[in-house]
Design a protein around this ligand. Sequence first.
Ligand code: GH3
Ligand code: MG
Length: 456
Amino acid sequence: MLRQIQTEFPLLTSPLRTTGDRSPDTKLPLLLIIDDDIEFITFMKDFLEQHGYQVLASLTGKKGLELFYDFHPDLVLIDYILPGTDGVALLNQIVEKAHNESTPVIMVSAHNSNEHRALSFNLGATDFIGKPVRTDVLLPFLKNRLASREQILAHILQDELTGAFNRKFLEKKLKEQSALFHKENGYTFSAAMVDLDHFKKVNDTYGHHTGDQVLETFVKVFEQMKTSGETISRYGGEEFVVIFPGASAQEADARVEEWRNRFSSITFTSGDEQFHVHFSAGIAQFSDAPGGESILERADKALYYAKRTGRNRTVSHTHMPVSAFDAETITLLIVENDPSVRQQLEDFFSTRSFISDKPVRVITFHTRQQFLEEDWYHPEEDYVLLLASSIGIDTLPFLKTKYDFRNVAVMIMTGEEETERVEEALREEAEDYLLKPFRLEDLGEWLDGVADRMFI
Ligand code: GH3
Ligand code: MG
């Protein structure tokens, strides 16, 4: 009977939380109980859920450890004696990570000896409670421990003035998001670097106290409109970074525009005077090309461009004209739905960093729709378009009507089975095609030749 029930654990109350989705804001506290006493665990789970907690439960140390790593609970209760790994060994394994996350680890035992207590504390347990557990004491105890944890976390991860997260949190968030990008095929995310316009003037004209209120309001407006998972972190004085999980640059752009419109319509007052404040934003979508710029560097460049071109606007890194980079930069557009091919191409050209002695910037697209919707074209600039035949060949005639092919060199990447179709389609519209698989070095040299020929 016990075996059978064991396989049914761990129990997790709804709503199910997934790894990484643990921003310390709106969620109910999550407790993890590791105990081999099925009656105790069932009773505690019911009882605690009735009192506003989410409860994960495990009958074994091994499973408990997995749950701890996967769900980052807010507090852990461990039975001192467990079959297989005992509670003390388990405590040893999780204590360092628990301390790093300021997670209280409470040992629970029917063997309420001082020796057990001393050993638990020596190993880093936050507390020790004896069985039977008195529920009337347990509730205020949990409340107390969780409140201290909240305070510590707020201190570590939040900016005091605005309540936005801080840079430490942002670093964690970026790590978590890039891990998801590598783990889940097709996953992407974007960042916005946001900076208030002429904020110094606000301070100079109305005083720093009013300046502080503007900063607070700026964050509050975002907090009111944000969707779950979006986070804002204070990056510097009046500069903030928003992470948009799962969003393309285009989606992030739309979200920031909504925020910008709301914020700039707010009327601030100082004494008898009324004034408005607005901000500029730069958006970038994640890409992990080696040697390439980080997402924040690209978002910052886009922000800088937004400032230079009038402020009170949002600019996406992909929409920046090359003139915002170095003169004569060639933009390489890669339209490829196979993530590994796309990544290899992006890595290769970002590392190579030039085509025909000209600096190259790389923009990737994973679907035809994304490519057609993005506003990347500036007629005075030069482009090399690498188009996977599987998603792009039918669009060639259309592209020809939309863009001037004198400054867009089109190259089709295709498999052997499609060459006839490709040859036919290319006669007029494209420079050439490339048969997969191909050597990246050869492609690089080939593009050098095309660029020499086409872009003087
Ligand atoms: P730009 O549009 O180019 O961004 O101009 P700006 O005036 O906003 O930028 P600048 O970097 O010249 O000035 C930023 C000012 O923000 C200077 C700094 O004193 C002020 N600041 C930074 N942190 C705070 C804060 O916490 N409270 C207040 N009131 N002011 C702050
Ligand atoms: Mg500013």
